[in-house]
Design a protein around this ligand. Structure first.
Ligand SMILES: C[S@@+](CC[C@H](N)C(=O)[O-])C[C@H]1O[C@@H](n2cnc3c(N)ncnc32)[C@H](O)[C@@H]1O
Length: 211
């Protein structure tokens, strides 16, 4: 576990206020126990988001796992039958672990806050589980996701309930909908890491459909 957390994982929530370089450091340092730690805290986001992709029928082509980390979402996408999972994350150590999972067709070390090196409308869907807590400019990121996903394709992501207001998620999503870029569906609060005391707020699962 990284130095910024104690043995119970206390300190993890504060990482959403850290600089990008610090976030990379936390996730690089955490790779050896990340999967077992989040599993012990009841992390079910990967299966939940993958089921949205499957229900939308977005399986027969490229799907981007944005902020793939060690590959838990990629594994869930593979399990629901996605033909080609592409992963991206700015933690090189996490990408190395994801590579060993053998479910990704491509893996990219990149910063999701920057313009993405993908052609427009390449992806059938974009999935991002547990990542938007670190993205301080969510509107710019979502506009890039809307550029690279096909019309009718889902963009499925989580955002913590506690960060919803400070990241101005209602205003961001309303602007995108009013500009005719997508439809928006926001779930009621759902579990994120129910066994971790810093995350009792849960997350909203957000599904945008590109128009
Ligand atoms: C809580 S982990 C989630 C990983 C994976 N999606 C999962 O569900 O297990 C957050 C991930 O987001 C990545 N991340 C955070 N900010 C990022 C950014 N700006 N660009 C790329 N990756 C980022 C971190 O490196 C980390 O792997």
């Amino acid at each position: 576990m990284p130095k910024s957390m104690n043995a119970d994982g206390q300190g993890l929530a504060a990482v959403s206020d850290a600089s990008p370089a610090e976030v990379v450091g936390v996730y690089d340092d955490w790779v050896s126990t990340y999967d077992t730690d989040v599993q012990s805290w009841g992390y079910e986001v990967p299966d939940r988001l993958a089921s949205v992709v499957a229900a939308a029928g977005a399986t027969n082509g490229d799907v981007l796992d944005a902020g793939c980390g060690t590959g838990l979402v990629g594994r869930a996408l593979d399990a629901v039958g996605v033909a080609s999972v592409i992963g991206a994350d700015f933690s090189p150590e996490s990408i190395n672990v994801a590579k060993q999972r053998d479910v990704y067709r491509e893996l990219h070390v990149l910063d999701l806050s920057q313009p993405l090196p993908f052609t427009s409308q390449r992806f059938l869907a974009v999935v991002s589980g547990g990542v938007f807590s670190y993205l301080t400019e969510p509107e710019a990121v979502l506009r890039e996701f809307l550029r690279i996903v096909r019309h009718g394709g889902p963009i499925v992501f989580t955002q913590r309930v506690k960060l919803w207001e400070s990241r101005q998620m209602d205003a961001v999503l309303q602007r995108l909908a009013e500009q005719g870029r997508c439809t928006v569906d926001v779930s009621p609060p759902r579990p994120y890491l129910p066994g971790h005391s810093e995350f009792d707020d849960g997350v909203h699962d957000v599904t945008l459909i590109a128009t």
